[in-house]
Design a protein around this ligand. Structure first.
Ligand SMILES: [Zn+2]
Length: 296
C-alpha cells in the first residue's frame, strides 16, 4: 500500500518550530513515527530525526552525515548486525535518486552545539546528496547519507530558480557538477585523453554542438570521502554509465573489469589510455562503499 507522504514543509510549521516531545512533532505531522529516526519506506523518506544516537553521525549545520536505521541494540545503542538497504534507509536512497527533500528535526540528545537544549526542533528541508555503505565503528555495515541543507542563500533568493539543474545533479549520487577551476582543468584533460568516449561502453555521444561526456569522481571529493581532482580519480563516462557508476549499479573489480552489481555479470574491461591510469585504491573505495559487490 502506498503511503500518502508529504515531501516538504508542513503548513504552520516553519523552519525553527520547536516541539516539547516526539509526540508533539508527530501530531504536527513534521515527523510522524514516535520511535523510528526515519519516516520513510521503499517510495521515499519524508523526515528524519537527528539525535546523535549513532556513534558514526556527524553534523556540520548545513551538512549532516546521517547513519541509517536498523540492527541496533535498544539498550546499549550499539550496532549488533549489518544494516540493510531497506525501509527508511531505502527511502532516503530514493530521495537521492529522485531529488526529493527530507525534513530534518534535531533532538536535544544531539551532541552538537546545533541541537536544541530540550525537546525537538524542525530545522528545514535537506536533500540527500549521496549515500553509501561502510563498516561503522562498532564493526558492522552501516548505510550513510549525506544530507545537505536546501536553505536559500539570503541575498539572492530569486537566483535559486536558476540553479536547480546543477543542484539537482549534485543530489544524484556523486555525479560531479563542481565548477572549481581545478576540476575543470582535470576534467578537460580526461575528456581529451578519451576523446569524449565512455570508458565503460565506448559510446561517443555526438550532439549538434559537438561530443558530450561526463567526468565523474571515483572517490567523491565531499566529506567523509575526501577524494581529489587528480585525473587518477576521474572517469570519462556517457550519461547512462555516469549514473550507473555513481549509484553503484556498476563497479570495477580487481582485474579492471566493469561488472553489474545486480548480477555480477561482466560488461567488459574498463577502457584506459596510456596517459590516464586510474588509482586502484580509489576503485576499491568505490566498490566497497557504493556497489552491491560489498554484500556478496
Ligand atoms: Zn557508457
Amino acid at each position: 500500500m502506498m503511503t500518502d507522504r508529504i515531501y516538504g514543509e508542513i503548513p504552520g510549521n516553519p523552519t525553527g518550530t520547536s516541539y516539547a516531545s516526539r509526540r508533539e512533532a508527530a501530531t504536527a505531522g513534521v515527523h510522524r513515527p514516535l520511535q523510528a529516526g526515519i519516516c520513510g519506506g521503499p517510495d521515499g523518506a519524508e523526515s528524519v530525526v537527528v539525535s546523535g544516537g549513532y556513534v558514526d553521525d556527524f553534523d556540520n549545520g548545513d551538512e549532516i552525515i546521517y547513519t541509517g536505521q536498523g540492527a541496533r541494540d535498544p539498550d546499549t545503542r550499539l550496532q549488533v548486525a549489518n544494516q540493510e538497504l531497506t525501509r527508511g534507509n531505502l527511502g532516503l536512497a530514493r530521495n537521492c535518486l529522485e531529488g526529493l527533500p527530507v525534513r530534518v528535526v534535531r533532538g536535544h540528545e544531539g551532541e552538537s552545539t546545533l541541537s536544541p537544549v530540550s525537546g525537538y526542533r524542525y530545522d528545514g528541508l535537506f536533500y540527500v546528496a549521496d549515500y553509501w555503505q561502510e563498516i561503522g565503528k562498532d564493526g558492522y555495515r552501516i548505510w550513510r547519507f549525506r544530507l545537505v541543507s536546501s536553505a536559500p542563500q539570503p541575498s539572492n533568493s530569486r537566483a535559486t530558480t536558476s540553479v536547480p539543474a546543477s543542484k539537482q545533479q549534485l543530489r544524484q549520487g556523486n555525479i560531479e557538477v563542481e565548477r572549481s577551476a581545478d576540476f575543470r582543468k582535470s576534467a578537460r584533460i580526461v575528456r581529451d585523453l578519451h576523446d569524449h568516449t565512455c570508458q565503460v561502453c565506448g559510446l561517443r555521444l555526438q550532439t549538434p554542438a559537438g561530443p558530450y561526456a561526463l567526468v565523474v569522481h571515483i572517490r567523491a571529493t565531499t566529506a567523509p570521502h575526501y577524494g581529489t581532482h587528480a585525473i587518477d580519480n576521474l572517469l570519462c563516462l556517457c550519461p547512462n554509465d555516469a549514473v550507473r557508476f555513481s549509484t553503484g549499479a556498476v563497479y570495477i573489480d580487481e582485474a579492471c573489469m566493469v561488472r553489474e552489481s545486480d548480477t555480477g555479470k561482466t560488461l567488459g574491461k574498463l577502457r584506459v589510455r596510456p596517459n590516464h591510469k586510474v588509482d586502484c585504491e580509489h576503485i576499491r573505495y568505490h566498490r566497497e562503499h557504493y556497489s552491491g559487490a560489498a554484500e556478496r
